[in-house]
Design a protein around this ligand. Structure first.
Ligand SMILES: Nc1nc2c(ncn2[C@@H]2O[C@H](COP(=O)(O)OP(=O)(O)OP(=O)(O)O)[C@@H](O)[C@H]2O)c(=O)[nH]1
Ligand SMILES: [Mg+2]
Length: 365
C-alpha cells in the first residue's frame, strides 16, 4: 500500500493536472481536504518510544524562535543579540539542539531560541525538522533568517514546511465556525458574500472528515485552504519577521533587489559584522506587541518604575497569573484607569482586556 507521503504526492499531481474553474472548484477543495487529512495523520506521534523532542521551558515575557537553513548565521545572531554562547562554524548542522538566550529590550525579557537548520522535507522528518517545527509552533514570534544569496528559494521552502506542519505565519484565524449536528445536513449561513468557496465545496470538505450534518457560520470571505484549516483545527497563527543575513557581502542594490523579490517585509542585517542589529532588535520588539501595565496598591501610589509587561490582548486574568500562582482563586475584582476603562477606576472582572498604559489594582477576597 502506498505510504501517506506517496498518496499526498499523487493527490498534489492530480490537483496540478485539474484546470481550476467553477465546475472543478469543489472537486479541488475535496482533494485539498484529503491532503490535509493525510498530513494530520502523519503528524501524530508514532509511538511513545519515538519521542525525544527538544524540551525547552518558556521563560521571560515572550519567546522568539529562529528558523532558517543551516549555516545562514542563526547562532552568530543569537550570540550577538543575547547573552548566550552557541557554537558557530562553517559547516552545516553545527547546532544540534535548542540553545536559549535572553534579549533585554525596553524593559522586556525576550527569550530567543536558536535551533538546528531546517531543509526541504523538514516537516516529514528530514534533519531534525520535526522537532524544530514543533518548537516553532509554540513561538510568540518566528524570526525567519535567510542567506541574502538564496533568500527567495529559502523563504519559499520554509513557508512550505511551516505550512505543512500547521503553522500559519502572519495570518489571523479565519472568522468562521463549524458546529457538527446530529441531523439536517450541512447548512451554511454567511454574513458576507462568499466569492472563493461554494456551498458544494463546504459540503465535500466536511464529508472528507466524516461530517455530514453541521451548521457553518461564515463571517469573512475565506478561501478553501482557510476553510479546511478550521475543519482540521490545531493550526497555529504565529507572527513572523524575516531577516536577511550576510548583507556585508553584497552591495545596496543587490539587497534592494532581493527585498523586492521576497514579497514580504524584511530587515537586512549582518550578524557577523554587527550591521543594522539595533533595527532588528527594535523590529522584534515591535512585532511582539508588548503592553505596559502599572500596578496600584490598594492604599498607595502607582508603581510607574517597574511596569508589568504583557502582550497585546492580555486580560486581567493574565495579570493575576503574573502576580501569584494562586492569584486567580483569590481574585475579587479589579479597578482600572486608562484607555481600556470606560471611566477612571472602573470596576472590572477577570476577562476585561487591558491596553498599553493602563493602571490596575487587584482586589483580593
Ligand atoms: N560574511 C558573513 N558571514 C556570516 C554572517 N553570519 C554568520 N556568518 C558565517 O556563516 C557561518 C555559519 O554561521 P552559524 O552562525 O554557525 O550558522 P547557523 O545558522 O547557526 O548554522 P547551523 O547551526 O549549522 O544551522 C559561519 O562561518 C559564520 O561565521 C554574516 O553576517 N556575514
Ligand atoms: Mg547554529
Amino acid at each position: 500500500m502506498a505510504s501517506n507521503a506517496e498518496r499526498i504526492q499523487e493527490i498534489e499531481d492530480e490537483i496540478r493536472r485539474t484546470k481550476y474553474n467553477k465546475a472543478t472548484e469543489s472537486h479541488i477543495g475535496e482533494l485539498k481536504a484529503k491532503i490535509a487529512k493525510l498530513r494530520r495523520e502523519m503528524m501524530k506521534p508514532k509511538s511513545a518510544a519515538s519521542g525525544g523532542g527538544f524540551s525547552v521551558r518558556k521563560s521571560g515575557d515572550s519567546t522568539v524562535v529562529f528558523i532558517g537553513f543551516p549555516s545562514v548565521g542563526k547562532s552568530t545572531l543569537l550570540n550577538k543579540i543575547t547573552n548566550a554562547r552557541s557554537e558557530v562554524a562553517q559547516y552545516e548542522f553545527t547546532t544540534l539542539t535548542v540553545i536559549p538566550g535572553v534579549l533585554e529590550y525596553n524593559g522586556a525579557r525576550i527569550q530567543m531560541l536558536d535551533l538546528p537548520g531546517i531543509i526541504s522535507g523538514a516537516s516529514e522528518g528530514r534533519g531534525r525538522g520535526r522537532e524544530v517545527l514543533a518548537v516553532a509552533r509554540n513561538a510568540d514570534l518566528l524570526l525567519i533568517l535567510l542567506d541574502v544569496f538564496q533568500a527567495k528559494t529559502q523563504l519559499d521552502v520554509i513557508l512550505r514546511e511551516l505550512y505543512s506542519i500547521g503553522i500559519r505565519p502572519n495570518q489571523r484565524p479565519p472568522d468562521l465556525v463549524v458546529t457538527p449536528r446530529l441531523r439536517g445536513g450541512v447548512d451554511v449561513t454567511s454574513t458576507v458574500k462568499m466569492t472563493k468557496v461554494s456551498e458544494k465545496t463546504v459540503e465535500k470538505v466536511l464529508n472528507v472528515y466524516g461530517i455530514h450534518n453541521a451548521g457553518v457560520v461564515v463571517r469573512e470571505d475565506v478561501d478553501t485552504d482557510q476553510f479546511i484549516d478550521v475543519v482540521v483545527g490545531n493550526r497555529k497563527y504565529v507572527p513572523a519577521l524575516v531577516a536577511l543575513n550576510k548583507c556585508d557581502l553584497v552591495d545596496k542594490a543587490f539587497v534592494s533587489r532581493v527585498k523586492r523579490e521576497l514579497g514580504m517585509p524584511s530587515v537586512e542585517i549582518s550578524a557577523d559584522k554587527d550591521q543594522n542589529l539595533e533595527e532588528l532588535r527594535s523590529a522584534i520588539y515591535r512585532n511582539l506587541r508588548f503592553i505596559r501595565l502599572y500596578m496600584k496598591p490598594r492604599f498607595g501610589e502607582v508603581d510607574y518604575k517597574d511596569p508589568m509587561i504583557l502582550r497585546e490582548g492580555a486580560t486581567v486574568a493574565e495579570v493575576c497569573d503574573r502576580i501569584h500562582r494562586n492569584a486567580r482563586s483569590e481574585f475579587k475584582y479589579a479597578l482600572v484607569w486608562g484607555k481600556s476603562a470606560k471611566f477612571p477606576g472602573q470596576k472590572v472582572g477577570m476577562d476585561h482586556m487591558l491596553v498599553d498604559g493602563d493602571v490596575v489594582n487587584i482586589a483580593k477576597r
